[in-house]
Design a protein around this ligand. Sequence first.
Ligand SMILES: NCC(=O)CCC(=O)O
Length: 87
Amino acid sequence: MEADGADMVLLEPAQFTSDVLTTLRTQTRVPLFPFSVSGEYLTLTHVDPDTGQRDVRLLVELFTMLKRAGASASLTYAALDIARRVA
Ligand SMILES: NCC(=O)CCC(=O)O
């Protein structure tokens, strides 16, 4: 992959990439970025009607698993929601 000029690899949708990540991690040193597409953001989160906050716990579990599988980082529409949650 590096020989072809790749300086990163983007994989999507993120939730279905763990097996590919695990394999790629053994084959390349370039950063691996699962992209969590908008459909994942909408189906794996919900807005709490009492607080108005978006519940991102499932996505946090997903990104934790992807990191274990070899992701360098994950790209997500929930970045701000997660940052607020862990702050
Ligand atoms: N190549 C497909 C996408 O970029 C998906 C965008 C999204 O719905 O988040």
